[in-house]
Design a protein around this ligand. Structure first.
Ligand code: FBP
Length: 548
């Protein structure tokens, strides 16, 4: 593999780790736990893994020799910077316990376990991937591990390779499934521990115990760099309004963090849209009024950040999408037989009045996107909906009307962008490189301590790394019951942006000023070498959340 100069220099980077992980560790059990809600239901579903104590690792001054252990690892779901360092930390951790330990990676996600596709991750392979972005060391996939047949099939290969522990690196759903798997293997005495690691750029896997999911830091820094560059371009030419959609699925954490880092003129927060029951027209009117106000000052330019999941948080759109989901699930074949040019009229004739009115008001392109193929769960694929174009088009229309009425005197020329894939495999920031390595190493400590059904946890990460606290959190502690596809299921609560949380409040306090003035902030590219305040700073979200 030919390497860039940065890759070569970065390969030598030694991730910083909590003091406790610098030598042998012992597990100290804390208080017994309860799930965040629905305790009786969760307890009944997880009789073997419910209520376990939080674990913290401390230095062990009298370590005992441990036998070698074979461990399996899976990367699940969307890529997030730092995944390779989780695996490197895990590798180093199991080798520190006993040099004879071995690590096997299952190929292309959870499907690799079920289909028995794997490769041994040797020291040579691990060396190639230290501190690099991407998940390409073994690949990732979105197969859901949830059926007993899959668990049994997986167990066959785990037994064959004498694997005693499996580490699943994934988001809220993958970690929920990891816990179901841990419970099942314990219930049948399979002799396989299951440990999860919190991954997702979306930042929505966090709670009292898990400060952040890995990858969020790097991805937001990459997007913020590019937004900052666009802001500077925008302020130099002073002729465009840039509509920038940002990945993040349902939650608006990425958009909010990028707003805090770059101070754009507008950032829409989906959770606020839902809480205030705003309509699409309310959002369009808000954006148009900021454009008009800036135009009065002679500023015919600006930056607007839009979270990927916005469309589903607009209550009226949510109702329209729900009706479309139901209708198309039942009449998919019939719908596909209708000529493209007649599909809009066909859909309009099938919808209830309010939904039909809203559908009719949507631009052609977006209306079509709402009827595209559903995902495996029958849901519209929101990331395919070009909300940034939709808003730009609708704002343009509104401003044209206002112009006729004399309410808008400026010019409006828009450009649109979507940032997501650009940041998911970036070389991890120091924060993510350190955090991920520590998460992986901590997972090895949980394995050595005989734990199962735990998520690796590294806390106090706004302090310097030597003060970080490594441990494990029982996954059942983060669970509640939610309706999923018509059934009540135990799931890890998804963390959306809290409107009473410090990051949103910090944004709220400044947004009117940012809307009218040009207060852009240019974070520049991620720095890997240099002063700690430039290279090691965590996200603003984390700093604000942890500043108590
Ligand atoms: P995870 O939740 O699996 O971490 O994926 C995050 C994400 O990047 C979302 O932000 C985005 O909506 C989605 O993946 C895109 O999915 P895909 O990788 O299948 O295109």
């Amino acid at each position: 593999m030919t390497k860039s100069a940065l890759q070569i220099a970065r390969a030598a980077y030694q991730p910083k780790v909590p003091v406790a992980l610098k030598g042998a560790v012992k597990a100290v059990d804390g208080e017994y736990t309860q799930s965040v809600a629905d305790q009786e239901d969760i307890k009944a579903l997880f009789p073997n893994t419910y209520g376990m104590p939080i674990v913290t690792f401390e230095k062990d001054n009298a370590p005992q020799a441990m036998p070698a252990i074979n461990v399996g690892v899976i990367l699940s779901g969307g890529q997030a910077p730092g995944g390779h360092n989780v695996i490197a930390g895990l590798f180093d951790g199991i080798k520190a316990v006993n040099a004879g330990s071995r690590l096997y990676g299952f190929i292309l996600g959870p499907g690799g376990l079920v289909d028995h596709k794997y490769k041994e991750l040797t020291a040579d392979i691990i060396e190639e991937y230290r501190n690099t972005g991407g998940f390409d060391i073994i690949g990732s996939g979105r197969t859901k591990l949830e059926e007993k047949e899959q668990f049994d099939k997986g167990l066959e290969i785990l037994k064959e390779l004498d694997i005693k522990a499996l580490v699943i690196i994934g988001g809220d759903d993958s970690n929920t499934n990891a816990c179901v798997l841990a419970e099942y293997y314990k219930s049948i005495d399979a002799g396989v521990q299951v440990i999860g690691c919190p991954k997702t750029i979306d930042g929505d896997l966090k709670n009292e115990q898990i400060e952040t999911s890995f990858g969020f830091d790097t991805a937001c820094k990459v997007y913020s760099e590019v937004i900052g560059n666009i802001e500077r371009d925008c302020n130099s030419a002073q002729k465009y309004w840039h509509f920038i959609k940002l990945m993040g699925r349902s939650a608006s954490h990425i958009a909010l963090e990028c707003a805090l880092q770059t101070q754009p003129n507008i950032c829409i927060i989906s959770e606020e849209v839902e809480a205030k029951n705003l309509s699409l027209d309310d959002i369009v009117t808000y954006i148009a009024s900021v454009v008009a106000k800036r135009a009065e000052q002679g500023d015919n330019f600006g930056i607007i950040l839009i979270p990927e999941g916005l469309i589903e948080f607009i209550p009226a759109m949510k109702r329209l999408i729900a009706e479309l989901n139901d209708y198309l699930a039942k009449h998919d074949v019939e719908f596909k037989m209708i000529k493209k040019s007649e599909q809009r009229a066909y859909i309009l004739s099938k919808l209830t009045k309010d939904n039909a009115d809203l559908y009719a008001s949507l631009p052609e392109g977006v209306a079509r996107q709402l009827t595209l193929d559903r995902d495996p769960h029958g849901n519209v694929q929101v990331s395919l909906i070009e909300t940034e174009k939709l808003l730009a088009e609708m704002v343009g229309k509104k401003l044209a009307e206002w112009k006729k009425e004399g309410k808008f005197v400026g010019k409006f020329s828009s450009l649109h962008h979507f940032f997501g894939y650009e940041g998911r495999c970036a070389a991890p920031s120091n924060y993510d490189a350190d955090y991920c390595y520590s998460l992986g190493y901590t997972a090895s400590c949980l394995i050595a301590a005989g734990k199962t059904g735990y998520m690796s946890s590294v806390r106090n990460t706004t302090a310097s790394a030597d003060k970080w606290i490594a441990g494990g959190i029982p996954v059942t502690m983060m669970m509640n019951m939610e309706r999923r596809h018509g059934e009540m299921k135990p799931v890890i609560q998804k963390a959306l942006v809290k409107l009473d949380g410090a990051p949103f409040k910090a944004f709220q306090a400044k947004r009117d000023e940012w809307a009218s003035k040009t207060s852009y902030m240019y974070p520049g590219p991620i720095q890997y070498f240099g002063p700690t305040e430039v290279c090691d700073a965590p996200t603003k979200t984390l700093q604000l959340e942890q500043a108590k």
